[in-house]
Design a protein around this ligand. Sequence first.
Ligand SMILES: Cc1ncc(COP(=O)(O)O)c(C=O)c1O
Length: 411
Amino acid sequence: MDRAHAEALDRDDPLRSLLERFELPDGVIYLDGNSLGPLPRGVAERMSRLVGHEWRDALITSWNTHGWYDLPATVGAKLEPLLGAAPGTVTVGDSTSVQLFKLLVAAARLRPGRRVVVTEPGNFPTDSYVVDGVARLLGLTVRWWSAADSPDLATVLDDDVAVVSLCHVDYRLGRMHDGPAVTAAVHEAGAVMLWDLCHSAGAVDVDLAGWDADLAVGCGYKYLNGGPGAPAFVYVAPRWLDAIEQPVTGWFGHADPFALERDYRPAAGVRRMLSGTTPVLGVAALDAALDAFAGVSMAEVRRKSLALTDLFLELTAERLASYGVVAEVPRAHAERGSQVCLRLPGAYGFVQALIGRRVIGDFREPDLARFGFAPLYVGFADVYDAVSHMVEVLAGREHERPENTARAAVT
Ligand SMILES: Cc1ncc(COP(=O)(O)O)c(C=O)c1O
């Protein structure tokens, strides 16, 4: 395996030209789009128009004249094809944590009398914290299920389970659940399925309608490239749109916000998932960012994602194993998301040394160097070059240097 082979893969890549839709700094190999996507072209211009004209000149009239009021629906409609979701089922606003809270409470209300929430210990912490918070609020019990310990979810399901809340792709180990099979098992037990798609949306060919999913959330700032702290998306299956009762009953989710009625009446459709005033700056940035996906086939994105991680796995096995580096990700395509973690002593310093060489990934406790492969802008030669830098870091013991081992607040 040499660089010429990787270059040939780039030449044959039907998604290669999408790289031009991003403003990546020269010389950077960006393998952290699973944390914060890079800046798509068009976002800066949209922000400048929004601030310099819509806000400054048109002021409050922009809610009507520049589409601010409809932005959550506009962005939802751009996300639906990326998620395999039917029209009118997705909207945006709030953080993923807040959307999780709203959906968990709503899911429990769809199954009154059932007292258990099932989730995984390996969740991204916010998912577990919010499950715990909602359980305490509603007097539910949390039942932990680990796919690693007992692969069959059905063993923890019974007629007391109201909702199962899982991350589709594990944020550390990159393991991916079988969306349709898990959803079917949950429905078999009469419970509601809530998917966290933070590490799937924009990188994996999610098919919410095909999975028969009930509810889903996901970040706007990872593979969707909506910018730091971008609003999260929320999905509600058509069958629940008229029944769902979310707990943060703010005026933007009201059937007629400007009627200013005393009593809450939920809006029709997924708009009822809104709570307060749309964070226009953030939602508009996500709106512009999603143009990077215009005309892109998610099946093609998935195909390239797997080819990128296959190449990375092959190169790391060939060139890094002798340094004691172990790749932590399922080898089976059906079980793999779009990222790979490398386990090694000194993983924090390893990531810092690579950042010093402009190869950007991130560190996750306790000993994982995590690399995301975003098919829209990562190329095969990037993967080859990144591994070459990794070899040089390890051979030169750069990861042990004090300037690389000193911890920063954000890892
Ligand atoms: C699976 C998962 N859920 C949620 C979040 C973050 O939620 P929030 O946007 O509320 O910070 C992350 C962030 O990395 C995540 O990986």
